[in-house]
Design a binder for this molecule. Structure first.
Ligand SMILES: CC(C)(COP(=O)(O)OP(=O)(O)OC[C@H]1O[C@@H](n2cnc3c(N)ncnc32)[C@H](O)[C@@H]1OP(=O)(O)O)[C@@H](O)C(=O)NCCC(=O)NCCS
Length: 173
């Protein structure tokens, strides 16, 4: 997937690029600039930002079935450098569906990057003919639930795990 420019907030120009196998350190840096609470909401349990099993899972995956991009600011200096947000979509093997996950670096939240990354992920899904995308979201994650609902997300009937809800966005074909 080629790099592309996106505009967020009041005209800030960011770029989207695919997550690379050598991004482990950059993801750790993103984690260090995020709150423990945001990390917990993303990964469903406390996470210590360090290179290891989790960063391997997040960087070394089957690129035919798993799309992941990072947003960065090409003009950034100092603390604005690095990965500012990531969105990923994992395609189902047996049906035209996918599971998405998203994270915006805590110090970058609330400026529209989450919305923009969701839009991007939904374009991938539609381009691939998916009829639905899903996400598992922690029950108390009101911000993410609002974000998903803004794109037509509907909470599915309760799952076994009462800490999380499943949200589905149906895509018109
Ligand atoms: C949930 C999360 C992805 C939202 O990202 P974000 O960049 O803060 O999202 P946005 O800025 O697009 O939207 C957040 C709020 O800012 C507002 N906003 C501010 N400027 C905006 C703009 N230019 N465009 C759109 N929305 C804007 C939105 O309306 C929204 O308000 P609301 O929460 O009252 O509905 C982010 O907080 C996060 O990564 N959380 C931790 C990890 C997590 O929970 N991941 C989900 C697991 S699937």
């Amino acid at each position: 997937m080629p790099e592309k420019e996106i505009i967020v907030g009041r005209g800030r120009k960011l770029r989207l690029r695919p997550i690379r196998t050598d991004d482990a350190e950059s993801l750790v840096e993103m984690g260090l600039r995020s709150t423990p609470e945001d990390l917990r909401l993303r990964f469903f349990s406390p996470v210590r930002p360090m290179v290891g099993h989790l960063t391997s899972l997040l960087t070394e995956f089957n690129r035919a079935a798993h799309i992941a991009v990072a947003a960065y600011d090409p003009a950034a200096v100092d603390e604005e450098k690095g990965i500012l947000g990531v969105v990923r979509l994992v395609l189902s093997r047996d049906k035209p569906e996918g599971e998405f996950a998203i994270m915006v670096r805590s110090d970058q939240a609330g400026h529209g990057l989450g919305h923009r990354l969701m839009e991007e992920m939904l374009v991938w899904a539609r381009d691939r003919g998916l009829t639905r995308v899903r996400a598992e979201i922690m029950f108390e994650n009101k911000r993410m639930l609002r974000l998903a609902r803004a794109f037509g997300g509907v909470v599915q009937p309760q799952t076994q795990d009462f800490r999380t809800v499943h949200v589905a966005i149906d895509l018109k074909v």
